[in-house]
Design a protein around this ligand. Structure first.
Ligand code: FEO
Ligand code: CA
Ligand code: CA
Ligand code: CA
Length: 600
C-alpha cells in the first residue's frame, strides 16, 4: 500500500468538477463501486429484487430504501459489518401509478413500512484493496433488517412515564419500529446510535387529539388542523396506532436515539430516553477527560437547537455490561451561543464584522439530570419527551438547521453542519447564523473549554460559509477562494484518520449534483475545500465514512432520481443499473487505485 498524507500532511487529490451527470464521479486516481442497493438480499432467504412485483415480505428481507447513515464494524481485516439507516420510502418512485397514501393498496403501505429502519449486512474486502463487496453466499449470521414494526424498548428516565403509554403498551416501555432514521453514530462499546428525524410525517388524525397535547404536537411539526395532509403515507390504514385521534401518545414514541447492537441479531433495539426527543439528526459520541460519555446531537429544523448528553458514569474499556447502562443516566444540555462582535456589525449579508470573524463564546445549558428537571414547570419526563419546549424555555440559540455534529478525534474540536435556512430574515441574524436567507448553509466549529467534551462552556467560530466562492457572502476560513470547490448545503460530516473534515451535501442550491468534499481544519490549508466525488441526478450524499485504515470511503447515495414530477414511467435517473432501469438508493465505496489513503 502507498503512503497517505501524514498527520498535518496535505490532501493532494485534484477536485472533481461540479456536474449534473447521472453517475458517480470520483477524483482522478480513484475508483468506485456499488456495495449494496435497494432490494439486494440482506437475510439469506431474501428473494431476488423485482421492481414490477414487490411484496412487503420480500422488502422485509431485502435492503431497504433511502440509505442514510453508514457505520463500519470490522470482523477482521477483510470482513466487516455495515450498518445502514433506511430513512424513508419514496412511493412516487417505488410504485407505478402511485396516487398517495389514501389510494395506495394495503400491500404498498406495508412495503413502505418494511422499507424503513435499517440493515446490517456482511461485506468482504476485494483482493486486498480498499474495495468492499456485499457477501451474498453463506450463513451471514449477523445480517438483519429493522423495520417500522421491529419490537423495541424504552429505557432511561422517561421510560414508563404516562406520556409514553398507549392502549397497545400500557407500560410505556415497549414500541414497534423506528421511523425516519437519518444520521447517527457509534459508541465506544461498538453499538450503533441511530437518530429518528422527521417522524411527524407518519401520523394522521391530530385534529382529534386532546387539546392539551396539540401545542406540543404542533411544535414537533404535526399538523393539528386537519385529519392528514395529501402526502401522508397513511400507515394508519395498516395499523391504527398511527391515528393520533385514537392513540395520541403514539407520536411521543418516535423522535428518539435508538441503540442497536450490530453483532447481536437477536438483541432488542433500545430507545434511550435520556437523550431527549426531537428531530434527531445525529448522535456522535466522544469521551470527556474523566471518561464520561458525551453524545453530540442536532435537531434538524429551521431555528432549532444543538444538544449534548453527558453520562453520569464513566466508560470502562471492556466492561460491556456497565457501559451499556451509561446512556440511561446523565445530563442533557442545549447550546446557547453569544457573538463577540456588536450586533450592528452583523448585517445579514455574510460580510464579516470588524474583528474579522464570526465567533464568540457559548454555554451548554442543563435541561435535565437523571430524573431531576432543570426547567421550571416541567417534570424530567416532560423535558425528555417535549425537549423542544424545554429548550425554548431555556433560551437556547436558534440555529440554521443543525444536521450532523461530530468531534474531531485528532484535534478535539467539534464541527456542526448547519445545512441552510432560507427563512431567516435580516432581522433574525446573529453572529452564529450570520446570513439572511441562508440558502447554502455553513459549518460551525466548537472548542470545548479545556478541550474537554465534558465542559459546560465553549468557544466557537465559523470556518466555512458555503456557496459559490465567487459569491461575496461565502467564507473559506480565509483560504484563497479562487482555489476552492463550490459547496452548498452541508449535511453529514466525517473525519479521516488525519483529522481532515469530510462533508457531504444534500440539496445543492447551486444547481449541480450533490457530493462529498474534504477540508483540512488546521495549518495553511484550513478552508481549502475540495470536491472528492459527485452523486447522480436527484440524489443526496449521505454516510460518509472513511475507514480507520484510511483506504476506503463509503457514501450512501440517497434518493437518486428524486426530482420534480419523476415517476417510474418518467424516471430522471437510471442509476446504478443503467439502461432503462429504475433508480435504486445504494451504498458506494471509493478507493485509490494504487492503495493510497483517501484524499492522498
Ligand atoms: Fe434527514 Fe436532516 O437530514
Ligand atoms: Ca466576531
Ligand atoms: Ca441528513
Ligand atoms: Ca438532509
Amino acid at each position: 500500500p502507498g503512503e497517505g498524507p501524514g498527520i498535518g500532511g496535505r490532501l493532494t487529490f485534484e477536485p472533481v468538477a461540479p456536474n449534473t451527470e447521472d453517475r458517480v464521479t470520483v477524483a482522478e486516481g480513484y475508483d468506485h463501486a456499488v456495495v449494496v442497493r435497494w432490494g439486494d438480499p440482506v437475510l439469506p432467504d431474501a428473494p431476488a429484487f423485482d421492481f414490477e412485483r414487490q411484496t412487503a415480505a420480500a422488502q422485509a428481507a431485502q435492503f431497504g430504501y433511502n440509505c442514510d447513515f453508514v457505520s463500519f464494524h470490522p470482523l477482521g481485516r477483510d470482513r466487516a459489518l455495515l450498518w445502514v439507516n433506511h430513512e424513508y420510502s419514496d412511493e412516487q418512485l417505488m410504485f407505478r401509478g402511485y396516487k398517495g397514501g389514501t389510494n395506495a393498496t394495503i400491500e404498498q403501505i406495508k412495503i413502505g413500512m418494511a422499507a424503513h429502519g435499517g440493515s446490517v449486512v456482511e461485506i468482504a474486502r476485494v483482493g486486498g484493496t480498499g474495495r468492499w463487496k456485499l457477501v451474498t453466499e453463506g450463513r451471514r449470521r449477523y445480517n438483519r433488517r429493522i423495520t417500522a414494526e421491529t419490537p423495541m424498548r424504552f429505557t432511561g428516565p422517561a421510560a414508563g412515564s404516562d406520556l409514553l403509554k398507549t392502549a397497545a403498551d400500557p407500560t410505556g416501555t415497549r414500541v414497534l419500529g423506528m421511523l425516519n432514521n437519518c444520521a447517527g453514530g457509534t459508541t465506544p462499546w461498538g453499538t450503533v446510535l441511530t437518530a429518528e428525524e422527521n417522524f411527524n410525517q407518519y401520523f394522521v388524525g391530530a385534529d382529534k387529539a386532546p387539546e392539551a397535547l396539540k401545542p406540543s404536537l404542533k411544535r414537533y411539526g404535526i399538523d393539528v388542523s386537519k385529519p392528514y395532509d395529501s402526502g401522508n403515507r397513511r400507515f394508519d390504514r395498516v395499523d391504527e396506532r398511527f391515528d393520533l385521534g385514537r392513540h395520541p401518545h403514539e407520536a411521543h414514541r418516535f423522535g428518539w436515539i435508538v441503540e442497536i447492537d450490530p453483532f447481536d441479531p437477536d438483541s432488542t433495539p433500545i430507545k434511550r430516553t435520556a437523550l431527549g426527543r426531537f428531530k434527531h439528526e445525529a448522535a456522535n459520541t466522544s469521551l470527556a477527560r474523566d471518561g464520561r460519555v458525551v453524545v453530540y446531537m442536532g435537531d434538524d429544523e429551521r431555528f432549532d437547537y444543538m444538544y449534548k448528553f453527558v453520562s453520569k458514569g464513566r466508560f470502562r474499556p471492556g466492561d460491556d455490561r456497565h457501559n451499556r447502562t451509561l446512556l440511561d443516566e446523565g445530563t442533557l444540555y442545549v447550546a446557547k451561543l453569544t457573538g463577540d462582535s456588536p450586533a450592528a456589525e452583523i448585517d445579514g449579508t455574510g460580510k464579516p464584522p470588524s474583528d474579522g470573524a464570526f465567533d464568540g463564546s457559548g454555554v451548554w445549558i442543563p435541561l435535565v439530570t437523571g430524573d431531576k428537571s432543570h426547567v421550571e414547570g416541567m417534570t424530567a419526563a416532560e423535558v425528555l419527551v417535549h425537549t423542544r419546549l424545554a429548550a425554548d424555555k431555556a433560551g437556547a440559540t436558534k440555529m440554521d438547521r443543525p444536521e450532523d455534529i461530530e468531534r474531531n478525534p485528532v484535534t478535539g474540536a467539534v464541527y456542526v453542519a448547519l445545512t441552510n435556512n432560507s427563512s431567516r430574515t435580516a432581522a433574525q441574524v446573529d453572529e452564529a447564523n450570520p446570513r439572511a436567507a441562508n440558502k447554502h448553509g455553513h459549518v460551525l466549529e466548537i472548542l470545548e473549554a479545556g478541550n474537554d467534551a465534558g465542559s459546560t462552556r465553549f468557544a466557537w467560530s465559523i470556518p466555512l460559509v458555503c456557496g459559490d466562492p465567487a459569491d461575496p457572502s461565502t467564507y473559506f476560513a480565509g483560504f484563497d477562494k479562487t482555489k476552492v470547490s463550490p459547496i452548498s448545503c452541508p449535511d453529514n460530516l466525517a473525519f479521516d484518520p488525519r483529522g481532515n473534515l469530510w462533508i457531504s451535501t444534500d440539496g445543492n442550491a447551486l444547481k449541480k449534483n450533490d457530493g462529498l468534499f474534504a477540508m483540512p481544519v488546521r495549518g495553511r490549508d484550513r478552508g481549502h475545500v475540495r470536491q472528492f466525488l459527485t452523486v447522480p441526478v436527484g440524489a443526496e450524499t449521505c454516510g460518509p465514512l472513511i475507514t480507520a485504515d484510511g483506504r476506503s470511503a463509503f457514501v450512501a447515495v440517497q434518493h437518486p432520481g428524486e426530482t420534480d414530477g419523476a415517476s417510474p414511467d418518467t424516471p430522471s435517473s437510471h442509476w446504478p443499473d443503467g439502461g432503462s432501469s429504475q433508480p435504486r438508493p445504494s451504498v458506494v465505496v471509493a478507493w485509490h487505485k494504487h492503495g493510497r489513503h483517501i484524499g492522498a
